[in-house]
Design a protein around this ligand. Structure first.
Ligand code: PEP
Ligand code: MN
Length: 351
């Protein structure tokens, strides 16, 4: 690892750096006469980079490739493959997560669950606790919503993904959910990340609306640091300056994350676009960039919903997206799980 130090450090400032190096068992050597580039050699420790970044005397960590963090892809770490019910994310497998933004009524939820299952979704998503920007907006059905999700699972066999907003709710939400969603607004809630980490259940971690890729990965690091390897990174668009879409889908981040980490990555084109007519092309782009799955908001009557109606795709459109997904994955020798079958029994390659 190489550190760039600030110029003209006093002895005590320099000592602050050397003390951390000693604590981590790292040998130190200056590489330049001005004593601003410090080489550190010793055992790999995922804490090292952050410990040095926090020091006022350090202006940059130049190279930390020998100090991998838990999320980093390294030669000896195979792809993490996360299994949730029939869904498989990572390696050569991808799956689809679909459902309404929020759980609103039993009839609608069961109708959507049955249709998305028939169209190829492996998991049902729906919020019982909704993280709304305004406290006056619909906040979700809470415990009643959780009970409906559990009932939908019993009826269809679909695994359930639902958001948990509060560390105190992890246990109760975990009773109805097969995976926790951590929403954008909660990505940096360390207490919540620690709690879902301790649960051991899979975590769908959404990127914060203005989070850098590094901040996103450090949020995942919190979960992994609790001994829970089942993290799926979800790119859902970041805030841009133009209003023609709700957010800007960062396809570059999807491709980068696939190279930089061993974790599966999924794309949520619904919250990125904010409009139903762009969901299908963005879904295609996400999978082509290497995503291991999609999260799609789906509803038969978008004008009736209390949250995110404008971006909800119809059930027939979701079925087309599922066919697209299978065809795009096949280009990379990857597979949609479960596989879609045409009436003739061979995979349907949609266009
Ligand atoms: C959602 O999934 O409905 C949601 C609120 O998403 P995000 O946290 O990405 O805004
Ligand atoms: Mn939503």
């Amino acid at each position: 690892m190489l550190l760039r130090l600030r110029k003209n450090l006093g002895p005590s400032e320099l000592e602050s750096v050397l003390a951390v190096a000693r604590d981590l068992d790292l040998a130190t050597r200056f590489l330049d006469a001005q004593r601003t580039v410090l080489e550190l050699v010793g055992p790999a420790d995922p804490r090292a980079r952050s410990r040095f970044e926090d020091l006022a005397a350090v202006s940059a960590v130049l190279d930390s490739s020998d100090q991998p963090e838990l999320v980093d892809r390294t030669r000896d770490r195979a792809d993490t493959v996360v299994h949730i019910a029939e869904a498989v994310f990572g390696g050569d497998s991808a799956s689809l997560i679909a459902g309404p933004c929020a759980v609103e009524s039993a009839e609608r939820l069961f109708e959507i669950a049955a249709s998305v299952r028939a169209a190829g979704a492996a998991l049902l998503r729906g919020g019982a606790y909704k993280p709304r920007t305004s406290p006056h907006s619909f906040q979700g059905l809470g415990a009643q919503g959780l009970a409906l999700l559990a009932e939908a699972r019993a009826r269809t066999g679909l695994g359930i993904v639902t958001e948990v907003l509060d560390p105190r709710d992890v246990e109760v939400v975990g009773r109805s959910a097969d995976a926790f969603q951590i929403g954008s607004r909660s990505m940096a809630n360390a207490a919540l990340l620690v709690e879902v980490g301790k649960s051991g259940k899979p975590v769908l971690l959404k990127r914060g609306l203005a989070a850098t890729v590094r901040e996103f990965l450090l949020a995942a690091e919190y979960v992994l640091a609790q001994g829970n390897p089942n993290v799926i990174l979800c790119e859902r668009g970041i805030r841009g300056f133009d209003k023609f879409t709700r957010n800007v889908l960062d396809v570059g981040a999807v491709a980068h994350l696939k190279l930089a980490t061993h974790l599966p990555v999924v794309v949520d084109p619904s919250h990125a676009a904010g409009r139903a007519d762009l969901v299908r092309p963005l879904a295609r782009a996400g999978l082509a960039a290497g995503a291991d799955g999609l999260v799609i908001e789906t509803h038969p009557a978008p004008h009736e919903v209390h949250s995110d109606g404008a971006q909800a795709v119809s059930l027939p459109l979701f079925a087309e997206i599922a066919r697209d997904a299978q065809a795009i994955l096949a280009l990379d020798d990857r597979h949609l799980r479960p596989t879609l079958y045409s009436p003739l029994g061979s995979p349907q390659l949609g266009v």
